[in-house]
Design a protein around this ligand. Structure first.
Ligand code: ADP
Length: 384
């Protein structure tokens, strides 16, 4: 033992020499190291290739009792995936021929319960004086947990890509199914407007139709942007909440009168927000507040805008069927719905709305309980 500490990083540090000497004297240290740092070691006699000693940990990885296994290289051949065995054999041959070629690969084994066990397997050939490999020392590290989380991640990514693809398809359908009839409606409104015998009432009705068509076109464009690119450009302007709600009441006139819905607006403010996105969000929230009601129930919808130092909080509260707690986040994902049956829908409105809220630097969330109505809150940043 050297009493003199050596400089850090030096290969022959006195503690290293001490440790190596101790390990030669007391093999419990080696046992500790291999069981604490590794999931198995193996030592193979290349001169009698049938003989291979495996530490018990190796077998436990596959749910196998080590006591039942012989120390034979053939013992694990049935467990390893054949193509991974090929890879390991190639690396073994290359490592024997050239010590600079690492014997290092991740291979898969079949667990007793049928699942896959991922193991990183590294080895070092021990050579005789002539440089010929006579033994092989190997170490195993179980990577199964890591690989499983990678698989979950990959699956989620694939699901997300799939969702995006479905959204893009949805966008194309919207473009085709909505934009062309909207164009036709615009033409019809134009023809009507030119008719000589149109009463004053009819003329203003045509004006309303034209406005609704225009707004719907803007909404469709917004949705298309969501579906195709997933990124929205925002242009914040002063928007009167009162005017916006008045316009929406006109647009949703048919649903409002069919359900006899009552809308109340408290504390209207002039917001600084992207008008198209704000409309998209509020229209979705109002449509849902009217739609998700017990049959025959009169929708009571309260909209209010509270000013906070840094935010506006716009809430839309209804007296509808409510949303189960476990679904309060899920409903903001594309194509996810909490109710079916009576209640028709695409499951895209809230996803678009949340994305629009976030594109404006805001947030959108829901609070609800089944049978007790729902409250959706849109938080928008106030400019300094
Ligand atoms: P859609 O209404 O087309 O299904 P949305 O994205 O607008 O799509 O809403 C997603 C789901 O959230 C709906 O299917 C419904 O289950 C639930 N939901 C939304 N708004 C309400 C509400 N006000 N009350 C109860 N459930 C609602």
């Amino acid at each position: 033992m050297s009493p003199q500490p050596q400089a850090a990083g030096q290969e022959d540090h006195y503690l290293k020499r001490e440790l190596y000497a101790l390990m030669r004297e007391d093999e419990r240290l080696f046992d500790f190291l291999q069981s604490a740092a590794l999931d198995g070691i193996w030592y193979w006699n290349l001169q009698r290739p049938d003989d291979e000693w495996m530490s018990p940990d190796f077998w436990r990885l596959f749910g196998i009792d080590p006591a039942t296994q012989p120390h034979k290289s053939a013992a694990w051949q049935d467990l390893i995936f054949p193509e991974d065995r090929e890879l390991a054999l190639e690396n073994f041959a290359a490592h024997c021929a050239d010590p600079g070629h690492p014997y290092d690969q991740v291979v898969r084994y079949r667990h007793r319960d049928g699942s896959t066990v991922w193991v990183r397997c590294r080895g070092l050939a021990v050579r005789n004086d002539a440089g010929e490999p006579v033994r092989m020392l190997g170490a195993h590290v179980d990577l199964t947990a890591l690989m499983r989380s990678r698989e979950v991640l990959e699956q989620r990514t694939a699901e997300l890509l799939d969702h995006n693809e479905r959204l893009a398809e949805f966008g194309d359908r919207v473009a085709h199914d909505l934009q062309s009839p909207l164009g036709t409606l615009g033409l019809v409104a134009d023809i009507l407007k030119r008719a000589d015998d149109l009463s004053g009432e009819a003329t203003s009705a045509v004006g309303i139709i034209e406005q609704s068509i225009q707004r719907m076109k803007e909404t469709v464009d917004g949705l298309l942007q969501y579906a195709r690119t997933g990124t929205l450009q925002t242009h914040a302007l002063a928007v009167s909440l009162r005017e916006l709600i008045d316009e929406l009441q006109v647009d949703l006139g048919a649903q409002i009168s069919a359900s006899n819905a009552r809308l109340q607006l408290a504390k209207p403010a002039t917001l600084h927000a992207d008008p198209v996105m704000l409309r998209l969000i509020l229209q979705n929230l109002l449509v849902n507040a009217i739609k998700y009601q017990e049959p025959g129930q009169q929708p009571q919808i309260q909209i209010r805008c509270d000013e906070r130092p840094q935010h506006w909080l716009i809430t839309v509260r209804d007296n509808g069927i409510g949303i189960p707690e476990g679904k309060l986040e899920e409903i903001f994902l594309p194509l996810r719905r909490a109710h079916g049956g009576l209640y028709q829908g695409t499951g895209i409105g809230l996803a678009s709305s949340r994305r629009a809220a976030e594109a404006m630097g805001g947030r959108l969330w829901a609070v609800s309980a089944p049978g007790e109505g729902s409250t959706f809150t849109l938080e928008l940043p106030r400019p300094a």
